[in-house]
Design a protein around this ligand. Structure first.
Ligand SMILES: [Cu+2]
Length: 178
């Protein structure tokens, strides 16, 4: 009798643990989903989807800032290009590409960023080959949690003002020089 009771209790406990696990997994999924929507923001312009513009906090003593994007997707059948950007926060905005120069990561201004048809271009902070927008003559420091507007000009899709979120990167990229 007591053995049966123990078995029943054990089964019951297992059942309860399974339920608790399912609840926990459910809660984690919900959290992941809500984090996804809470920390992402995106903008549409014509056939372009501009995903999560963000900037890293500026370094003290410098007057430059870097703007990145999770990606820019061109859903159209015609190639497009990002050709210009501007913000009230900076004297000018340059389109930069990172490259390795020996052991040193450097960046150089490029005239435009190609957005091939039916493709997704990643503009996350990172190593060689990645692009970012460089804010030159920054008028005030970029601090974690700040938001500011930047206007993007695309060859085909036209102008689009987007909001940039300043956030500390989870993994810092290589230090780089001009
Ligand atoms: Cu740069």
């Amino acid at each position: 009798m007591s053995l049966i009771l123990q078995k029943l209790t054990a089964r019951n406990r297992q059942g309860r643990r399974a339920t608790q696990l399912r609840t926990l997994v459910g809660a984690m999924l919900m959290l992941a989903l809500s984090v996804g929507s809470a920390f992402g923001h995106d903008f549409r312009q014509g056939n372009l989807l501009i995903e999560h513009p963000y900037a890293t906090p500026s370094l003290s003593g410098t007057h430059v800032g870097s703007v990145y994007f999770k990606s820019i997707r061109n859903k159209g059948s015609v190639p497009d290009r990002l050709v210009f950007a501007s913000t009230p926060l900076a004297g000018r905005v340059e389109i930069h590409r990172m490259h390795m120069d020996g052991n040193v990561m450097r960046m150089r201004e490029v005239p435009a960023l190609d957005l091939p048809a039916q493709s997704e271009v990643s503009l996350r902070h990172g190593g060689a080959g990645t692009h970012h927008l460089m804010l030159v003559d920054l008028r005030k420091p970029l601090n974690d949690g700040d938001r500011f507007d930047i206007e993007l000009v695309f060859e085909n899709a036209g102008k689009r003002k987007v909001s940039v979120w300043v956030q500390s990167p989870r993994n810092t990229g290589h230090p780089h020089k001009h």
